[in-house]
Design a protein around this ligand. Structure first.
Ligand code: PLP
Length: 405
């Protein structure tokens, strides 16, 4: 059995049929499918290990608490974070961005300060900063993009002023596939004493991320986009910022002692994990991180780049197609439109052929505004996809366009 067959066997859903056609799943930027080991781990937690963690004195609770904390260590190792205290489990990238925007904002942002956010952000890494800026009377500054779907790196340094307090930026664009030069961006920001929050939701599944090498101040990703469960995510933060940030939510393990006069808070990372955490999700995520690490992120990226190039070449031959996002460095996302045909019509008809793509603005309205469009068709490929699936997709697309023209 070759590697591709082995990989596909690990993902039970890939055998599914929709409308009696073999499923071709090209919506991996929205969420990835789950390998058997993740599904089994989650099921086993509920079937034989379940108990609330941290406060129990009994076997099950202690066992699962250990597993939860082991998962934190696995997440730390995955990002090459120095210590587990810097790893906070959240619900996902959206919650991580909201946590930092709120809490960093409370600690470090005042009236008249500035926050830079790029024009290619997913709404989840833009709106939390916008809300915070409104609350604090601070200014949201746009880092613009260019026609190729890349950040305007000439403009970027000029946006930083004495009032800039933080830069919030995506590592990889979900709408365009652009891989941003995140290390260079962080270097420029740091040379101006500006910390950086990196949205890694579309990055960690394609690129080896080393938060120490990047020197990222905050780095966030979502479990479900890296073959793990939904409802779990990771926020990495530097202690020097986290320890000065007030809690984001109250209750549960974030507390040391409560009285009506005063409540004292737990230490990092627990201070940012209010309520019963998604311990089953964290344990499932750890299995997903082990799974991709065993294959190797470089190997995964190699397979996906090959798929991206193959699909892009085939799509380019289609009459009147326009691909949005032509960056030099791209992840396996292809966003496109075909002249005079609505993206959602294409998606709806492709679905009837068993092909799952996403259409619309991909929660990136500013990107769509920049290109003057309402949305695109987005095919996002993962390492379990194949060239044969791309052939079926391209043939299906031609058939659909023939019907719609
Ligand atoms: N950031 C980017 C770049 C994304 O692609 C997404 C989801 O599509 C998010 C943030 C939000 O992730 P989640 O919904 O898992 O919180």
């Amino acid at each position: 059995m070759n590697l591709q067959e082995q990989i596909r066997r690990d993902f039970p859903i890939l055998k599914t049929k929709v409308y009696n056609k073999p499923l071709i799943y090209f919506d991996n930027a929205a969420t990835t499918q789950k390998p058997r080991i993740v599904i089994d781990t989650v099921a086993d937690c509920y079937a034989s290990k379940n108990s609330n963690i941290h406060r129990g004195v009994h076997f099950l609770s202690e066992q699962l608490t250990d597993k939860y904390e082991e998962s934190r260590a696995i997440a730390a190792k995955f990002l090459n974070a120095k210590a587990t205290e810097k790893i906070i489990f959240t619900r996902g990238t959206t919650e991580s961005a909201n946590l930092v925007a709120f809490s960093f904002g409370e600690a470090f942002i005042n009236k008249g300060d500035e926050v830079i956010v790029s024009e290619m952000e997913h709404h989840s890494n833009m709106v939390p900063w916008q809300i915070m800026c409104e609350r604090k009377n601070a200014k949201l500054i746009k880092l613009p993009i260019t026609k190729s779907g890349e950040l305007d790196m000439e403009v970027f340094p000029k946006l930083i002023t004495g009032k800039t307090r933080i830069l919030a930026i995506t590592h990889v664009s979900n709408a365009l596939g652009t891989i941003n030069p995140i290390k260079e961006i962080i270097e420029i920001a740091h040379s101006n004493c500006v910390p950086v929050f990196v949205d890694g939701a579309q990055a960690v599944q394609h690129i080896n991320v080393d938060v120490q090498d990047l020197d990222a101040d905050f780095y966030a990703f979502s479990g479900h986009k890296i073959y793990g469960p939904t409802g779990i995510g990771v926020l990495y933060g530097k202690t020097k910022y986290l320890e000065k940030m007030p809690p984001y939510q109250g209750g549960g393990e974030m507390i040391k002692k409560v009285s009506f006069d005063k409540t004292t808070f737990n230490e990092l990372p627990f201070i940012f994990e209010a309520g019963t955490p998604n311990y089953v999700g964290a344990i499932g995520l750890a299995e997903a991180l082990k799974y991709v690490s065993n294959i190797g992120i470089e190997k995964i990226a190699e397979i996906e780049t090959d798929l991206l190039n193959y699909a892009t070449d085939k799509l380019k031959d289609i009459e009147d197609i326009e691909i949005f996002g032509n960056a030099k460095h791209k992840s396996s996302v292809i966003s496109f439109n075909v002249k005079n045909i609505h993206h959602s019509d294409i998606g709806t008809l492709l679905d009837k052929l068993g092909i799952a793509v996403r259409t619309g603005s991909h929660c990136a309205d500013p990107v769509m505004d920049y290109f003057g469009i309402s949305g695109t068709v987005r095919a996002s490929l993962a390492f379990y996809n194949t060239k044969e699936e791309i052939d079926v997709f391209v043939a299906g697309l031609k058939r659909v366009l023939g019907m719609l023209r």
